[in-house]
Design a protein around this ligand. Structure first.
Ligand code: HEC
Length: 173
């Protein structure tokens, strides 16, 4: 695996040490798959099947509204630490993600800072969804994460990349 990224941390927290270890032993665990849809079904007041169908119907060129709230934000931080930080760095206590602002309306159609470079956000979403053309680089996440979770991660990376004290560097080959 390719190593990416020294990185400087974060929102008043300690410096990140190892790969996938959480920096806080009592930090919330990531919810993926059924656990994620259970959370969203409860939040939306619908059945789990309805939450899944709703997610599957999202247009990949634009983010859904209202997916960012304290619980989904914290879960996004936990997912980042568990699945992404191994390559990209940037571990925070997941609870710090609740301090990030919610995305503004229409944000996903625009450009945002992705690590060290500005990127069209639909392209960043597509990269996380489908993975890199080169399978040795970025794995695809579409079978593991809900579409809303992928948008939440794009917002999370954008926030991390914009935070002066929490800069994430993506090493490119
Ligand atoms: C095995 C290492 C690895 C893991 C794990 C990984 N990535 Fe990546 N990621 C990469 C590499 C390498 C690239 C650059 C690939 C390319 O340009 O095709 C990349 C690219 C990206 C980009 C696009 C950046 C740009 O400039 O367009 C985003 C966004 C991203 N990753 C987010 C994530 C998220 C979110 C996760 C976790 C769900 C994740 N990555 C997990 C290695 C990884």
């Amino acid at each position: 695996m390719k190593r990416i990224a020294p990185l400087l941390l974060a929102l008043g927290c300690a410096t990140s040490t190892g790969p996938t270890e959480s920096i806080e032993p009592d930090a919330p665990r990531p919810k993926v798959g059924a656990a994620w849809f259970k959370l969203r079904a409860e939040q939306l007041g619908v059945s789990m099947d309805a939450a899944k169908a709703r997610d599957a119907a999202f247009d990949p060129s634009n983010a859904p509204d209202d997916f960012w709230n304290p619980e989904t934000a914290i879960n996004t931080g936990a997912v980042w630490n568990a699945l992404c930080a191994e390559c990209h760095g940037g571990q925070l206590d997941p609870r710090d993600a609740a301090k990030f602002p919610a995305p503004s309306p229409g944000w996903a159609k625009g450009t945002g800072q992705m690590f060290a470079e500005p990127r069209p956000l639909p392209a960043a979403y597509a990269k996380v969804f489908d993975g890199s053309d080169d399978p040795k680089k970025m794995p695809p996440w579409k079978d593991k994460l809900a579409r809303e979770q992928i948008w939440a991660l794009v917002h999370y990376v954008n926030q991390l990349s914009n935070t002066a004290t929490a800069r994430v560097y993506l090493e490119k080959k």
